[in-house]
Every structure is written in structure tokens, then in C-alpha cells.
Design a protein around this ligand. Structure first.
Ligand code: UDX
Length: 447
């Protein structure tokens, strides 16, 4: 089938590549000429495992094209996806200017029936606004062309995006138009070979489904972080509690890992946006507000541990950080917990020596050159001259380090483990102080 995708960010590029991989002829449009040029040369602007080979292969065989030409792109397809960003505006609600500008552009160029599909995470009611924007442009041109607007939210996880896209656990299609449903079912048929994963619903329910999914997942994390904070104070170990509750299938083992808070481009933004949506319709979403508040405080957890370990003063201290990206297998620093930690350390007069396998460039882009940040080439290099070590992102490479070596290098041997990747007893046996999230170890130390 012929498909056009507006936006070559995470969602747009992965979706475009995967749809091309399934045999469709996909045109990806972006207003950023530089980005389009890079993509045509086979340079992938994001770090995402498995993406590069499928982009290159499908670009080489003509199944995947990149352009800045919206007219050409709209003329190409019967299915037009909108996958541009919806960043939070000042009050936390989603900023729709990019989505609506694509809608206007589609309206300016549309010359026959198409289904316009929102893949971006957009507030409930956006499909209606897209429809109005397209209709207004058609009316300005004085033409009457039939079109539908559908919602087809994307549930991919960074780091697993290609896999999630090629093997989705569900495909939500939100529209009441039989014609649009038929087209989208046909497009997704190859993804549904063993059993039908399609859930068809009205457009508003589909829009809300995306927010509900992310808000539920964020809630699980904040809930566990709250339990961790209680565990710490009552002398319990949240890792045992986690295993104890996960065995109940109604709770499940997934997504109940306590840590230094959730980050990324979705959870923080979507929880806030849903809260604003609720408020706009006269409902106060108390749970969502609490999920956000717990996460906000949790991002300061490691800083609080570090500060109290150094008796309230870290001025002139150097802290080694392992991992900076908001989670492993990505270079994405959006809302990463490491940012709050580094900024708090700098404000308190401490220096940071950091290592991340992928995020180095991104961190440099964010913070530039500064005397209190050294970006290192290896995990052990980050330890040189450092007082203590904090882990913020659970990259696999950090899982079994040489604790004796860490102990020998650090001036004040302590590990602050923001993702609970180590066994406290093992670290302590190596002669290091250990602080995990909700593991009662900070309590143990003062005994
Ligand atoms: C998320 C959703 O998983 C995905 O379905 C949606 O489409 C977009 O948002 P992503 O932002 O890529 O995907 O990251 P995810 O793997 O979900 O992790 C989000 C954050 O939660 C990370 O900072 C991670 O460290 C944290 N997390 C996750 C926890 O702290 N504990 C957990 O148990 C799980």
C-alpha cells in the first residue's frame, strides 16, 4: 500500500521503516532539510537498535523515501500518518501546533480520498481539530474531497522500538468510518498473522487509550517508589516485596521496579497532559497528580543519599555517574533522572565525572563544555579521582563490575544504586557502602 508519514522522529521513522519492511511504499516527510538529507545518506539521527539496517535496506530498494515536499507526499498516499511532536507547552498540556500545521498542509494538497491518521500522542478531541483544519483548507480551495481522520496510537518503547513496531501486542484503530477501518485493517494485516490484535473503537476512546496506558504504567512505577520509601523507613527490603507481590497475576512482575524515577519523552509529558485534560473538563485527577509528585521527588533520591553520606556538604567532591540516558539502549536524555541529579550536584558545588555508552553527544549538546562535568570514555575512567559512584541507568555493561577495583579507586568508597542492580551484601563484602532504593541499607549503615 502507499503510505505517507509526516514527521521523522522516533515514532515516524520507526513506523515508516517497519511499514516499508512489510512491503508498503512509504514516503516520510520532514520540514528539516538537514535531517532528510542525513536520512537519504543512511544516517539515522537517533540511536535505536535494529533501525539502521531496515532504513538503509528499504531506502536502497525504493520502498522508503524521504522528502521535504509535502505536496508530493500527500499526492503519494491513501493513508497519511501524522507522527510529529506534541511537546508540553508552559502549563503541561500538549502543544498541537505541529500536528495542526501538518493537517493544514494535508488540506492544501489533498486531491482525492485519504485517511489521515494520528500516531502522535494527542489529547482527546484532537482528531476533531485535525478534521476542522483539513476541512478549512479544502473550503479555502473551494474543493470538496472526502477524507477521514482516525487515531492509531503508537505503543513502542525506545530501545525496543523496531521489535514493538513489527510485533505489536495490540493495534488500536479509532474511527467510525468503515472505509478508514477497511484501509487500516488491510495495512496492518501482515502484523496480525497469527491472531488479530486489532481493537477498533471510536476516535476519542482511542485517543484516551494511549494516555491511559502510559498513565497506568507511570502509576505502577510511582506506586513502587512509594513502597520503596516506606520500606526504607521500616527496615524492609523493597526488592523482596516486589517479588512477593509480582507473583500475583493481577499485579504481575512487569514494571514494578523501584528506582531513581521515570523519565523519557512519554510518561512525564503524558501524565501531565492527561491531568490537564481532566482539569479542562472539570475533573481533578488526584491520582495522576500524586504519580507526578512522587516521581518528581524520586529523581532527587540519589542526591539526598549522597548529601547525607557526605554529612550535608558535597562542595568540591567528585561524583562518578554510570549511565545518563533515561533508560538503557537509548541516547535519549529527555526528562532523564540523571539531569536532576547532575544539576543538584552542580548547585551544591560538586563535580561530575560521567560515563554513558550512548548518550555522550546528547549530554554535550545539552550542557556544553563546563568545568564541573567530565564525560568519560569508559566506566572505570569515570572513577578516576572520584569520591563515590552513583548508578542512574541500568546498562547491562554495569551489571557485574569489579567491586574490588571500584573500592580501590574511590576516595570514599560508596555506591548509590539508583536502579537496584547490585546485591547489597555483595557490594558491602567488597568494602563499599551501599545505598539502594528502598533496601533499608541507609538504615543499616547507621547501625
Ligand atoms: C513508554 C511506554 O513503555 C511505551 O509503551 C509508550 O509508547 C512510550 O512510553 P519509553 O518512554 O520508551 O516507553 O520507556 P519505558 O521503557 O516505558 O521506561 C520509561 C521510564 O520508566 C524509564 O525512565 C525507566 O527507567 C522507568 N521505569 C520503567 C522504572 O523506573 N521502573 C520500571 O519498573 C519500569
Amino acid at each position: 500500500m502507499k503510505v505517507t508519514i509526516f514527521g521523522t522522529g522516533y515514532v515516524g521513522l520507526v513506523t515508516g521503516a517497519c511499514l516499508a519492511e512489510m512491503g508498503n511504499h512509504v514516503v516520510c516527510v520532514d520540514i528539516d532539510e538537514n535531517k532528510v538529507g542525513r536520512l537519504r545518506r543512511g544516517e539515522i539521527p537517533i540511536f535505536e537498535p535494529g533501525l539502521e539496517p531496515i532504513v538503509r535496506r528499504n531506502y536502497a530498494n525504493g520502498q522508503l523515501e524521504f522528502t521535504t515536499d509535502a505536496a508530493l507526499a500527500v499526492a503519494h498516499a491513501q493513508i497519511i500518518f501524522i507522527a510529529v511532536g506534541t511537546p508540553p507547552d508552559e502549563d503541561g498540556s500538549a502543544d498541537l501546533q505541529y500536528v495542526l500545521s501538518v493537517a493544514r498542509s494535508v488540506g492544501r494538497h489533498l486531491d482525492r480520498y485519504a485517511v489521515i491518521v494520528n500516531k502522535s500522542t494527542v489529547p482527546v478531541g484532537t482528531a476533531d481539530r485535525v478534521r476542522e483544519a483539513v476541512a478549512a483548507e479544502l473550503a479555502a480551495r473551494g474543493v470538496e474531497i472526502e477524507f477521514d481522520v482516525a487515531s492509531n496510537p503508537e505503543f513502542l518503547k525506545e530501545g525496543d522500538a523496531v521489535e514493538d513496531c513489527l510485533r505489536p501486542d495490540r493495534i488500536v484503530i479509532g474511527t467510525s468510518s468503515a472505509r478508514a477501518i477497511a484501509l487500516l485493517r488491510k495495512l496492518y494485516a501482515p502484523f496480525n498473522r497469527n491472531h488479530d490484535r486489532t481493537v477498533v473503537m471510536d476516535v476519542r476512546s482511542a485517543e484516551l487509550t494511549k494516555y491511559a496506558a502510559n498513565a497506568m504504567l507511570a502509576t505502577k512505577i510511582s506506586f513502587m517508589n512509594e513502597i520503596a520509601n516506606i520500606a526504607e523507613r521500616v527496615g524492609a527490603d523493597v526488592e523482596l516485596v516486589r517479588q512477593g507481590i509480582g507473583s500475583d497475576p493481577r499485579i504481575g512482575y512487569h514494571f514494578i521496579y523501584p528506582g531513581a524515577g521515570y523519565g523519557g519523552s512519554c510518561f512525564p509529558k503524558d501524565v501531565q497532559a492527561l491531568e490537564r485534560t481532566a482539569r479542562a473538563v472539570g475533573y481533578s485527577a488526584r491520582l495522576l497528580g500524586a504519580v507526578e509528585a512522587v516521581n518528581h521527588d524520586q529523581k532527587m533520591k540519589l542526591f539526598d543519599f549522597i548529601l547525607s553520606y557526605f554529612n550535608g556538604n558535597v562542595r568540591g567532591r567528585t561524583i562518578a555517574l554510570w549511565g545518563l540516558a533515561f533508560k538503557p539502549n537509548t541516547d535519549d536524555m529527555r526528562e532523564a533522572s540523571s539531569r536532576r541529579l547532575m544539576e543538584a550536584l552542580w548547585d551544591a558545588g560538586a563535580n561530575v565525572r560521567a560515563f554513558d555508552p550512548e548518550a555522550r553527544e546528547e549530554v554535550h549538546r545539552l550542557y556544553g563544555d563546563r568545568g564541573d562535568l567530565v564525560l568519560c570514555d569508559s566506566a572505570y575512567q569515570a572513577l578516576d579521582g572520584a569520591d563515590a559512584l552513583a548508578i542512574i541507568t541500568e546498562w547491562k555493561a554495569f551489571r557485574s563490575p569489579d567491586f574490588a577495583r571500584i573500592r580501590a579507586v574511590l576516595k570514599e568508597p560508596a555506591i548509590f544504586d539508583g536502579r537496584n542492580i547490585y546485591e547489597p551484601a555483595v557490594v558491602e563484602e567488597a568494602g563499599l557502602a551501599y545505598y539502594g532504593i528502598g533496601r533499608g541499607r541507609s538504615v543499616a549503615r547507621s547501625e
